[in-house]
Design a protein around this ligand. Structure first.
Ligand SMILES: CC(C)(COP(=O)(O)OP(=O)(O)OC[C@H]1O[C@@H](n2cnc3c(N)ncnc32)[C@H](O)[C@@H]1OP(=O)(O)O)[C@@H](O)C(=O)NCCC(=O)NCCS
Length: 262
């Protein structure tokens, strides 16, 4: 309990240094579908979700989409609910083996399996049902705690993204694998972690014969994603008509990988 409170405190203060950092080393956990010669990709375990949250928080500082929808402003209560929601939501995804990591949370990515007919038979366990319920309640509370401006920006981004998906990919999106929440802790960036995670997920997509897509919240990542075979199918611009946004309009790219490699 004391440890959890300490971790919450450090997260609210923007630090993810919950454990002493060492040189880059591979994780020893169970490997997922793929691993590079030096970096082992593993499923994230529940005990690593605090590190994963810190990684996500630190990596997304200054993210254009995050800055826009948060409106640069968050109450203390909303920050607490946001963190609780993140942990519960991530735990839910961990239980259904959707979160890959390198080095116990230092880099993470989530993938959502396509909603193909064969997957509709999936039955969640009791703990997943319970967490799913808490997840929905926390999301509701978090949204209630948003300012009117934050709600407006959230609605704008959701609506424009859905329109972009509808116009470019349409119903096919249901057959694709969604790669999301890719993040590497800043001190581990440019060492191949992100690439190893993207490869692990595109390998899963290849094995299932599916295309893979992502929503890029930062146009600066385009070269990185292009290198991994993703190309832009649509783009949308946020904030251009919003008088309360005094920065450059935010460009959001909808990107998807080419047809699965055999
Ligand atoms: C995008 C992100 C996940 C990439 O993670 P990463 O672990 O740094 O990824 P990699 O190390 O595999 O590759 C990053 C770059 O380092 C280069 N690189 C990889 N290994 C390297 C090495 N040993 N030496 C030097 N450069 C290296 C890669 O070529 C790549 O270059 P590019 O950006 O010009 O394509 C990371 O920058 C991040 O977390 N950003 C903030 C969050 C974010 O934007 N997430 C994506 C939302 S859409």
């Amino acid at each position: 309990m004391v440890l959890a409170a300490f971790k919450m405190f450090t997260l609210f203060n923007g630090s993810s240094n919950l454990k002493k950092r060492h040189e880059v080393r591979p994780a020893n956990g169970s490997t997922a579908h793929i691993s590079s010669p030096t970096l082992k990709v593993a499923y994230l375990s529940l005990r690593d979700i605090f590190t994963a949250r810190g990684t996500h928080y630190d990596a997304f500082q200054g993210d254009p989409l995050g800055d826009y929808v948060s409106g640069g402003d968050s109450s203390f209560l909303r920050t607490i609910v946001q963190n609780l929601y993140y942990w519960v939501h991530l735990s839910l995804m961990v239980l259904s083996k959707r979160v890959l990591t390198i080095d116990h949370g230092d880099a993470i990515s989530v993938f959502a399996p396509a909603s193909a007919p064969t997957r509709n038979n999936y039955r969640p366990t009791l703990s997943e049902k319970l967490l799913g319920f808490v997840d929905k309640v926390l999301l509701l509370i978090r949204n209630k705690l948003c300012s009117p401006e934050q709600r407006k920006r959230n609605a704008e981004s959701l609506e424009k993204l859905q329109q972009a998906i509808h116009d470019s990919v349409g119903e096919k999106i249901k057959e694709m694998i969604y790669l999301k929440r890719l993040a590497t802790a800043p001190r581990c960036q440019k060492k191949g972690y992100g690439s190893a995670l993207v490869k692990a997920i595109t390998d899963i997509a290849d094995a299932e014969g599916r295309a893979c897509y992502l929503v890029s919240s930062n146009i600066n990542n385009s070269f990185f994603y292009n290198f991994h075979g993703f190309y832009t199918v649509a783009q949308t611009i946020l904030g251009a008509d919003n008088p309360s946004w005094d920065k450059k309009p935010v460009v959001i790219l909808l990107q998807m990988v080419r047809e699965a490699k055999k």
